[in-house]
Each structure stands twice: as C-alpha cells, then as structure tokens.
Design a protein around this ligand. Sequence first.
Ligand code: PLP
Length: 406
Amino acid sequence: MAFSIDRIRNDFPILHQKVYNKPLVYLDNGATTHKPAVVIETIKELQESHNSSIHRGIHFLSEQMTSRYEAARETVRAFLNASSTSEVIFTSGATGSINAVAFSFGERYVKAGDEILISEMEHHSNIVPWQMLCQRKGAKLKIIPFDHNGELLLDQLDALLTEQTKLVALTHASNSLGTINPVKEVIRRAHARNIPVMLDGAQMVQHGKVDVKELDCDFYVFSSHKIFGPTGSGVLYGKESLLEEMPPYQGGGDMVDQVTFEDTSYNTLPFKFEAGTANYIGAIGLATAIDYLKQVGISEIGLYEKELIDYTKQKLGDIEGLIIYGNAKKRISVFSFLLDNIHTYDAGMILDKMGIAVRTGTHCTQPVMDHFGISGTIRASLVFYNTREEVDRLAEGIEQTIKMLS
Ligand code: PLP
C-alpha cells in the first residue's frame, strides 16, 4: 500500500484534537508515541471479551489468551529476526529489560574489578542499573565519550575495551542528540575480544528495521509505548546461549518448574524470566502495533522520515539564535535545541499555548547536558505521522517565542 500521510493520520484518533483552541502539533514522540485505532480497539476487545490469566488455565478464555500472547511473542521474534521465541522475553519496558540484564547478567558474569562500558549519551535507564550493579559487585563503569556533533569517539573504543570489560551497553539511537550510533562497528570490535553487547533500541525500533541477527548484538531492548503500543510493556531480546546461563532476576509464579520449601527448579526459556501474571494485554497490544507498522511499511516510514528530517533541519537552521545540539551524520527525527538567552521552560510553555507539544529539560540524559555545559534543551521529536505543515507550525511558533521573550 502506498504511503499516505492523510490515511495514516486518520488512524491516530488523538491527533485530531485542539489544544487551547489550536490544532494539536504533537512533537513529543521521544517520550511516548500515540496509538493507532487498531491498537486501541484490540485492547478494548481483549478487556471486554477475552480477559483471562494465561498459561495456568485450562478453560476456554485462558487458552485463547495464552495462544494470542504466544502469537505476540512470535510477532516480536519475526520483527527483530530473532532465531527463536525462547529469545524473546516480555518485560515492563526498556527500563525493565535493562534492569533485568544488569541484574541477571551481572549476577552470573560480573565480579569485583570487572568493567562495564557504556557511552556518554545514554538515557539514565542505561546508566543507573549499571551503576547499581557496579556498586553491588565492586566493578567499574567506563564511558565512551562523544564529540561536539554528538558522534561517539570511536578512536577511543579499543583502549576502553580491556581484559576486564564484561559487557558493552550502548544506545542504538540517542533520545536527546538524535544520533544513530555505529553499533555494528562497536559490536564487531567488542566481539573480537569476546565481549557481549547490549543495545538500547528504545529510540530506534520506531524509525527503521532492526535485525538482531544482522547486528549480531547479544541483547536488544525496547518499550512498547514508544512504538505505538500500550504502556507498561516491553521486550528483552537475548541470545539463547547467554539467557540459558543467566539466573532469573525475579521469582514468582510461571517462572518455576517445581517448588518445595527446600528448593525450586526453574521453567525453560523464555518463561524463566517472566515471573508473575504477565502483562498479556500489553504484549498483544504491542504485537498489534508491530503488525500495523508492517502494514504501513517500515522502509516507507524510513524514507518519509528522512525527508522530514531534512526539512526540519533546514527550517530550524533558518532561525536566527537557534542552536541545535546533536548534528550526527546518521540521525533519527529527534532535535534538541536552545534559543538565545531564553529559558527552555519559558519556550516550552509558550509553544504549548500555541498547541505545540515539545519536551524541555534534560530528557533523562543529564551527562549529555553536562557535556555541553547546559541545563537542558527544547526537544522536538517526530515520527511518521508528523508532517511538514507541523514543522512549519513549530518554526513559526519558535519565531514568535523569540520575538516575545528576547
Ligand atoms: N532508553 C532510551 C534511549 C530512552 O529514550 C528511554 C525513554 O525515554 C528509555 C531507555 C526508557 O524507556 P522506558 O521509560 O519506556 O522504560
């Protein structure tokens, strides 16, 4: 089906409302994306007619829900091109997935004196769990820096990978700089030293094809709500050989085989990592969002967004006094910027009154702000349902803001 922006916008009910009597321009997709009607309808239908706890029931509704949950796992497997559904674990989101790896991989493989390597542009979700692990184990957190354009300083990578490095945890795309990192090169160099790599795909999966086999990453994580699915759901992909060796990070129902007061044996993959009643409606909602994306066309989305990126770059670049932070050659449609002498919150509030939703602050990447010596930025983050007209509204809004506040 040809990419039709009008048809796509019609699929997203929330986009057609007015805010302060102005048509909504939603440019906060880096924080969360909206849901197409098919996802909203599926969740409603599941709640109304099918709700039942999975795996442990023998009755009709439970069996039905179980097979839809496992079908959702297969949808995610195919989406990521994982080898097997054993490698697809449903979690509460990217943060939940990273914490799972940090705890479970950390318990199995990290000891005092070891090192975990992350980058300077990580979201707090990909910093703090590693810091906690390092504190628990007496290990050390090391950092790959980035340059003034927001590109990783790869020439420092080889020196940072040492005999002690146990894992590299890197964002695939930055939520505050927009940079798409050269993850294949990082993985190649880390693997040359037998070091596994975890990629944080929270800002990548909604923008282009991700193939975990082609990347050869060891873990890949993302959140459902940033890829047009419901909140409270997410994915941890892990290579089976690693997951098999790693202990569960949470105990509870469903993740066990036999339980006595003396000892417990664990379930097989992927269930070993899914303790408690699963968020089955969240997982099925995510699979519905993935099916929707496939129907729109993931490569068509990439092409459309590329044009939108070029247009936004040009429009923002034309505004005097606007400085963009993050000018990497390969980027997603996320733009961080500052306006001469204008506080980010003031600008954000004025844009809001014009119906334009942007985000202001550190975007959970305080070290990125520290790098530039700033307290925060204004961030406009776009996805495939945004339009050139909305970029024009943003540019006009910024011009007006500058006039009002300068
Ligand atoms: N990683 C990146 C790059 C993000 O942008 C975010 C959220 O903004 C996260 C991780 C955490 O995602 P969540 O809060 O959905 O777990």
